[in-house]
Design a protein. Structure first.
Lengths: 332, 332
């Protein structure tokens, strides 16, 4: 059987977008052997000439406006690797409206506009997939969506931000202060120069909003979620938790209460008898409890360009395979 | 959009088959809301009149020969919940040949006949799915198959037998002998009256054969896998492991070596710094290491009728959604 060729456009050559481009080029044969689909890069949206030059791509692949991509009949899937809310969210919506499948890692745009984006995907009978938005390369959405088919999800508890997990882990292991741990995380490139999104819990809130929306079947807006970051966690508190047989972790949790759920992101003392207490370094883990399967835990390195790009490529294949059926059900 | 109706036949009303029947009946609306498919039970193959009576099904659903099912044009998916090698494997093959999708939890039949079954599924353009065969309700295959799309899998290490994990855990926690732990596992229904398949590692070998075949792209026959069970594990060895900061677990492992892999099932001392050492009671866990995503761990309650039936129902939906594309690639 000849492979089915898939035209891919990538929006933004940041760290993730560049790695998606490299993955498509370097892994083409492996992906084709495993899936039957041959991925071809058709267009890349990038307005920064330096980034475009660094990517080592044929210049005719680079475009600076979205419309050129939306008019290209050879593009089947748009990969949204721009960060932030706007224009990223608008670009995702317009891509769906133009009849393209959309794959994205942008948790902020999803968390804020999930209901609308899912609705547009259904209207235009296209796939909207976002495996890479939570847990990076962990095949979390694949697992979660399978569980959702036959379970009422009663609880979710996750360590979904690798930066803060690394910092809390080093504070516990090395006895460091918050400031020391932050400096080290920044030195390693785990934390941004402005670490607010991670350390104040915004990143975790976006991810929880996505998971909770799927759990409850309605759009949970991120600003309705209780949020406490880790800036107030002291070395003393960590030592005290340890003396009591526990570890402090930044936990994103959704606990069902009828058709509702209590939602929060906050540091919690996790007993050493729980698997979540043993999730170290910059790893992520999510525990999903279904009424039929009980607690299921998935863990792995949550971030990094390589795992994230892998998750995006898996979504491209799934979009082609399942089409509109791959999109989550409409949210109320 | 009206739901798409799916005709299901179940082969065998053992513990798992009965629970599949109950799940289809009790969860129909939830499954339909989540998937768009409405499952309808069309036929059940069961030769034991008592089991058939206990299932509380309309008598015209019960048949005693496979041909009646294979001739039924309203059956889309056959669920193979008969255990053992034959006739279970032959029934799976004949169902595929008759143009039906096949979903099964039978790890022994799969491990011994995977190449042939996959080949027949491809020839007849049907789905062959087996999420429930390894790790029960853990969405392991969904996750593993996503990883396989974009990763070379370099290593698999798993606790894939809940009975022996329960026994080793109790030996460590209670200081019990092997015989005491076996008696308690039998009392709880975790171990069979004849526990050979679990304690001698056959069950784990079947599961590893399936995982390793997918890792290497060729059929790994179970009798080519090194196998040591837990009958020789003493309370002394467990105490010694603990004194050294470790725990004895029955580990199924596949470690890649070029295009080959060393494969074995054997008790191993696992350091307490590893997540696998904290998988307790009758839980299962599998750690899959890809060259791009690094180590991914999935854990959960591996067995039990409820989780296993959930996994089977998810596979039914996937078979309908993806059809022949859901079948793993041909094995050499």
């Amino acid at each position: 059987m000849p492979p089915r060729v898939v035209g891919v456009a990538v929006l933004g050559l940041g760290t993730i977008g560049s790695e998606v481009v490299r993955t498509i080029q370097a892994q083409r044969d492996l992906i084709e052997a495993a899936s039957g689909y041959r991925l071809e890069l058709r267009k890349v949206l990038e307005r920064g000439p330096q980034r475009a030059a660094r990517a080592d791509l044929s210049p005719d692949l680079i475009v600076t406006d979205l419309d050129t991509i939306l008019r290209d009949n050879d593009v089947d899937v748009v990969v949204g690797t721009l960060g932030g809310d706007q224009p990223a969210a608008e670009y995702l919506q317009r891509s769906l409206e133009a009849g393209m499948h959309v794959v994205t890692a942008n948790k902020e745009a999803l968390a804020k506009h999930l209901r609308r984006l899912v609705e547009v995907a259904h209207q235009h009978q296209r796939a909207l997939l976002f495996e890479a938005s939570v847990g990076g390369g962990i095949p979390l959405m694949a697992a979660y969506r399978q569980l959702l088919l036959t379970n009422r999800i009663d609880r979710i508890r996750g360590i979904v931000n690798g930066t803060t997990n690394y910092m809390l882990w080093q504070m516990a292991e090395q006895g460091w202060s918050y400031q020391q741990a932050l400096a080290e995380a920044q030195r390693l490139g785990y934390a941004e120069p402005d670490p607010t999104a991670d350390v104040e819990g915004f990143d975790a809130v976006y991810k929880l909003a996505i998971l909770a929306s799927m759990m409850l079947g309605r759009h949970i807006l991120p600003d309705t979620i209780d949020r406490t970051g880790i800036t107030g966690v002291s070395a003393d508190q960590i030592a005290q938790a340890r003396a009591q047989g526990g570890t402090i972790k930044l936990i994103a949790s959704a606990v069902r209460n009828g058709n509702d759920a209590s939602l929060r992101v906050a540091p919690e003392v996790i007993s050493n008898s729980e698997l979540l207490s043993h999730i170290n370094a910059n790893f992520n883990a999510v525990e999903i409890t279904g009424d039929r399967v009980g607690p299921i835990l998935l863990s792995g390195q949550g971030a990094g360009p390589l795992p994230t790009a892998s998750a995006i490529v898996s979504d491209i294949v799934e979009a082609m395979r399942d089409g509109k059926n791959a999109t989550i059900p409409l949210l109320s």
